[in-house]
Design a protein around this ligand. Structure first.
Ligand code: CUA
Length: 336
């Protein structure tokens, strides 16, 4: 009984990995769908080969058992007349199988390359230990948008993403949409995205890049073109001014103390460029590159002591007084 439960638990664990917003078998992007088709074909061809080899092996063992010949007898035994045709058939099967896989791989590669041959949107994503700096590069430079740890994509619109790294090698991976691509210091790489289904997805750094590699995630929202445009124009606006005395106190702290040296908040004196842009911070789904869901409790925990939440991250624990913490959280929460 216990063994049965263990098997069920293992199966459930695997199946859980096949569902949801971070799923390599999701097929929600053009490239991901191509990969799934290719994977399925590889599985079928390899399964057929495996079954043939296993059947031949079992047949040989069975024949050997039935045979009464000794090893010495067999050395002088004549080869069966069936061996030559069997070898020819097997060679043909192997060559045909490998040819099918090679041709399918070639066309999958061509199809992936064609996905964003005429991209409608250009983006630049820069990886940092351990967060993502995101920039939308429109032909009209006044509409360049900078955000962090999230990307929004319009559905069925090809997007070209230029990838950079500011420190070590990272890897950009949104399993539901496309394959992995490394981000390498001093080099530009790129990836094409063509999302086919609206929804919320999760990207994850896929190259070990330091102690917080696992907490280097990217929130991905695929939405209708209209919703995307609405989001984009809201993000282009400067930050809302503080509306309450508590928010004002938080604004004052933020713009005159440590925070402003690293973070940018559009339309305020905080213009730091080395940490995530926080202009519309509270509109995001998570805090600290997917480390914590966005909510009041997590925001308190993160601002009060980032090093206990994400040890090793570059955000220092500054030792805030309770009133400063309340004010900062109130102000950050207002940045919708
Ligand atoms: Cu960045 Cu792993």
């Amino acid at each position: 009984m216990n063994r049965r439960i263990a098997v069920l638990v293992i199966c459930a664990t695997f199946l859980a990995g096949c569902n949801g917003f971070q799923n390599v078998m999701g097929g929600d992007g053009a490239e991901s769908a191509n990969f799934i088709r290719l994977f399925t074909l590889f599985m079928i061809v390899c399964a057929v080969m495996y079954v043939i080899v296993a059947a031949a092996l079992i047949a040989a063992l069975w024949r050997r058992r039935r045979s009464s010949l000794t090893v010495d007898d067999r050395r002088h035994h004549q080869t069966s007349p069936m061996v030559r045709p069997a070898l020819i058939v097997w060679t043909v099967i192997v060559v045909a199988g490998l040819t099918v896989l090679t041709v399918a791989s070639f066309f999958t590669d061509r199809s992936n390359a064609a996905i964003a041959s005429r991209p409608a949107i250009h983006m630049t994503v820069t990886a940092n230990q351990w967060w993502w700096d995101v920039e939308y590069n429109l032909p009209d430079v006044s509409k360049t948008l900078r955000t962090a740890n999230e990307i929004h994509l319009p559905v069925n619109v090809p997007v070209h993403v230029t990838l950079k790294s500011s420190d070590v090698i990272h890897s950009f991976w949104i399993p539901n949409l496309a394959g992995k691509q490394d981000l390498i210091p001093g080099r530009l790489t790129d990836v094409q995205l063509l999302a086919r289904k609206t929804g919320l997805y999760r990207g994850q750094c896929a190259e070990f890049c330091g102690v917080q590699h696992a907490q280097m995630a990217l929130d991905v929202t695929v939405e209708s073109k209209r919703d995307f445009e609405r989001w984009y124009s809201a993000q282009l606006a400067t930050a809302k001014p503080p509306a309450t005395p508590l928010q004002l106190a938080g604004y004052r702290y933020f713009t005159t103390r440590e925070c402003a040296a690293c973070h940018n908040i559009g339309g305020t004196p905080a213009t730091g460029q080395v940490a995530p842009d926080l202009t519309h911070f509270a509109s995001r789904r998570s805090i600290a590159a997917g480390a914590l869901p966005m909510n009041k409790g997590n925001l308190y925990g993160w601002v009060a002591d980032p090093q206990s939440q994400k040890p090793g991250s570059k955000m220092p624990t500054v030792g805030l007084e309770p009133n400063e913490l309340h004010a900062l959280v109130a102000y950050l929460e207002s940045l919708k």
